[in-house]
Design a protein around this ligand. Structure first.
Ligand code: C5P
Length: 328
């Protein structure tokens, strides 16, 4: 990542975890074209980092109340495939929060919209979460931007308000704003925290070929029918800290659609189970595949056994909390 100089004004950094779906059932298509879901979200220890800082002449605009006009700039560019400027979800989140808070913003590619002496907020993104991998990478960045800029700009909005703002940015954003473990319904935006005891060991296996969420849902429309399967077994396993039961209960209704688009994923799942995983499941709309292990040692062994079948394999634990704000 290109690094900005030290900010002239305040600076905040946020580490935000990826999400996995321990359970995902598609109940049908809604009037708005989205799919009605029942899903169990959990964060996992694969992280993006976002640093936000205010630049500009000292004394002008560094007080929250003075920041009426703000240029906003994204620094990254080196993560291949990352949407830039106004297409990036972190930038869109910045715009949504600024609108809500009454801050007039302009992207730096439209510098005349604000004066050169106006303060400039720079977002520096360091990716650890795969892009278009089914782990809410973009949504995590949007959540990180909402949480970080709420602090930096002194908006003082409660997390509940940030969740509501996040729902317009993406279906996974409201969960990513809070993290932990949650049961979600609707588009995935109606989120309630659920109890999870202990932690779980995973192998997270990624592909360099992204899979667009919309394409997977379109394939589901063509090939699949709604299911009535319930998340009770997953929720009970989380409460009981029972990795074996959780492995048996992992479920994702999007697997047939994703496997039709990417047949090698079905073989990858079989390989994970063959290598001793307690369960294996597609993460969200994929193509990331997850294997649950009964210990960190087993996770390392499974990772070594399946490494050849993927572009990237790492071990991780869940749950991984939520966005974590630290001073720069
Ligand atoms: O909400 P988000 O932008 O993450 O969704 C990306 C795409 O995934 C949507 O445009 C839609 O095609 C599909 N989707 C869906 N039903 C959901 C969530 C996502 O059809 N509940």
């Amino acid at each position: 990542m290109r690094s900005a100089d030290q900010p002239d004004g305040p600076c905040v950094q946020v580490r935000v975890p990826a999400k996995i779906n321990l359970f995902l059932a598609v109940r049908g298509v809604r009037d708005d074209g989205y799919h009605e879901l029942i899903t169990v979200f959990q964060t996992v220890s694969v992280f993006d980092r976002l640093r936000v800082g205010v630049y500009g002449p000292p004394g002008r605009g560094h007080h929250p109340a003075a920041r009426r006009r703000m240029r906003v700039q994204l620094l990254d560019g080196e993560a291949a495939g990352l949407p830039q400027a106004e297409h990036n979800l972190a930038m869109r989140a910045a715009r949504v929060l600024a609108d809500h808070a009454g801050i007039a913003t302009a992207a730096t590619d439209a510098p005349r919209a604000v004066g050169q002496s106006d303060p400039r907020t720079v977002l520096e993104l360091t990716k650890g979460i795969p892009i278009a991998g089914g782990m809410a990478g973009g949504s995590a960045d949007a959540a990180a931007a909402l949480v970080a800029l709420n602090e930096l700009w002194g908006c003082a909005l409660p997390r509940e308000d940030l969740r509501e703002l996040g729902a317009d940015l993406g279906s996974d954003v409201p969960f990513c704003v809070v993290g932990g473990t949650a049961l979600a319904s609707g588009r995935g935006t109606a989120v309630a925290q659920v109890l999870c005891r202990g932690s779980f060991d995973w192998v997270v296996a990624t592909s360099d070929q992204p899979l667009a969420t919309a394409d997977v849902y379109s394939r589901w429309d063509a090939d699949c029918v709604p299911t009535e399967i319930e998340p009770d077994a997953v929720l009970a396993a989380l409460r009981a800290r029972d990795a074996e039961a959780l492995g048996a209960a992992l479920h994702n209704d999007l697997e047939p659609a994703a496997f039709a688009l990417r047949p090698e994923l079905a073989a990858a799942k079989a390989a994970m189970l063959e290598a001793g995983a307690l369960g294996a499941v597609l993460s969200g709309s994929g193509p990331t595949m997850l294997a649950l292990a009964d210990s960190p040692v087993s996770a390392a062994r499974i990772a070594a056994a399946v490494r050849e079948g993927f572009d990237g394999v790492q071990v991780a634990t869940s749950p991984a909390g939520g966005p974590d704000i630290r001073p720069c």
